[in-house]
Design a protein around this ligand. Structure first.
Ligand code: ADP
Ligand SMILES: N[C@@H](CCOP(=O)(O)O)C(=O)O
Length: 324
């Protein structure tokens, strides 16, 4: 469930009136997502029939000071024909507005659905779309540090404490300690960097058949190692949800799709095993922290940290899956 804030019909109509998009016809809360509140908005449009938009209200997790980066990136990528939603600017030219103390933005609605069991052909398209995003983002003039890299994971893990990790699984603290030591020692420092998505899970990709129609939810995007984004996407797409089953056909298709647009260098391929261990640690650490710290009555469905502990174990035991 991801509508944390109730917005009345009058407030919504007044908000939509600040944009040149026609009049509000309907607004439906969207259940998917965990970070922000989202509504599917329909308006009368401005001449060529009704129009759909997504209205996002930024809840605690997104720093409002960073919105010009996230929203500017969407417009930059849309200008370069990447399948991302363009932001709708209001009549004053602003890309976001305020309702009380919360920032809201209106973005283009994109067709498509998120797949839960991708085919190899779909994975190939996702790999190609990710590479296209990396190429298109290369000259984006703004930057944002990745606060969820090594130091961020370490902070979250320390915040869980050994007892907290043990409350999730008795072996988790040992796994995390061993793996963090390896990842910190082997993390590459000389690979190409650019703007990356950093969270390209299946629920952040919209598809129609085998085509990618939307890359969404850029609110973790940042400047970091490009091949790390490949590793994040690999960890997100190539396993069963619980991390117990690795799908080698999806892995091969995803990497082949990526390389059909942006070939990986030898150094990038050689680094993928440790980058993938880092990617698994990234989602293990946020999920473990949330698992321990989310109040029991919160509306959010907590995500299982062990699904990424299993991926971490898999990557540690199978560095050959990237063909290095
Ligand atoms: N531009 C868009 N076009 C169509 N649907 C969208 C768009 N943006 C978001 N959605 C829908 O809203 C849901 C939640 O959006 P998302 O940005 O992933 O939220 P959160 O940041 O809370 O995870 C998505 O799963 C998708 O169903
Ligand atoms: N993809 C992350 C959760 C991030 O939430 P999102 O809904 O904003 O994509 C995970 O699976 O842990």
């Amino acid at each position: 469930m991801a509508v944390y804030t109730q917005l009345g019909a009058e407030a919504l109509a007044a908000l939509i009136g600040e944009f040149s998009v026609g009049e509000l016809v309907s607004a439906k809360g969207i259940a998917e997502g965990v970070s922000n509140s989202n509504w599917l908005i329909e308006t009368t449009g401005t001449g060529s029939g009704p129009k759909r938009f997504i209205l996002t209200m930024f809840e605690g997790r997104t720093e409002v000071a960073e919105l010009p980066f996230f929203l500017g990136l969407l417009d930059h990528l849309a200008d370069k024909k990447c399948p991302v939603p363009r932001t709708i600017h209001d009549r004053t030219g602003a890309s976001f507005r305020w309702i009380d103390d919360k920032a809201v933005t209106l973005i283009e609605f994109l067709p498509g659905v998120s797949v839960s069991e991708p085919t190899a052909a779909q994975a190939r398209s996702v790999g190609a779309a990710l590479a296209g995003l990396h190429l298109a983002a290369a000259d984006f003039p703004q930057s944002r540090a990745n606060d969820l890299s090594l130091a961020g994971w370490r902070g979250l893990i320390d915040g869980c404490g050994a007892e907290g990790l043990a409350s999730i699984d008795p072996a988790l603290a040992g796994l995390v300690a061993r793996e963090m030591a390896v990842i910190e020692a082997e993390w590459p420092t000389d690979l190409p960097r650019s703007i990356i998505h950093a969270d390209l899970f299946p629920d952040n990709v919209l598809m129609l058949g085998e085509s990618v129609t939307g890359l969404i939810d850029f609110y973790f995007s940042c400047h970091d190692i490009i091949a790390y984004d490949v590793a994040v996407t690999h960890a997100a797409w190539c396993f069963s949800g619980d991390g117990r089953v690795f799908h080698s056909d999806i892995s091969e298709a995803l990497l082949a799709g990526y390389e059909s647009v942006r070939p990986l260098s030898y150094a990038e391929i050689a680094a993928l095993p440790v980058l993938a261990r880092g990617a698994a640690m990234r989602f293990l650490s946020t999920r473990a922290y949330d698992w321990i710290n989310t109040p029991p009555d919160a509306l959010v469905v907590k995500k299982d940290p062990m699904a990424f502990a299993r991926r971490l174990q898999f990557y540690a035991a199978n560095p050959g899956v990237f063909g290095a």
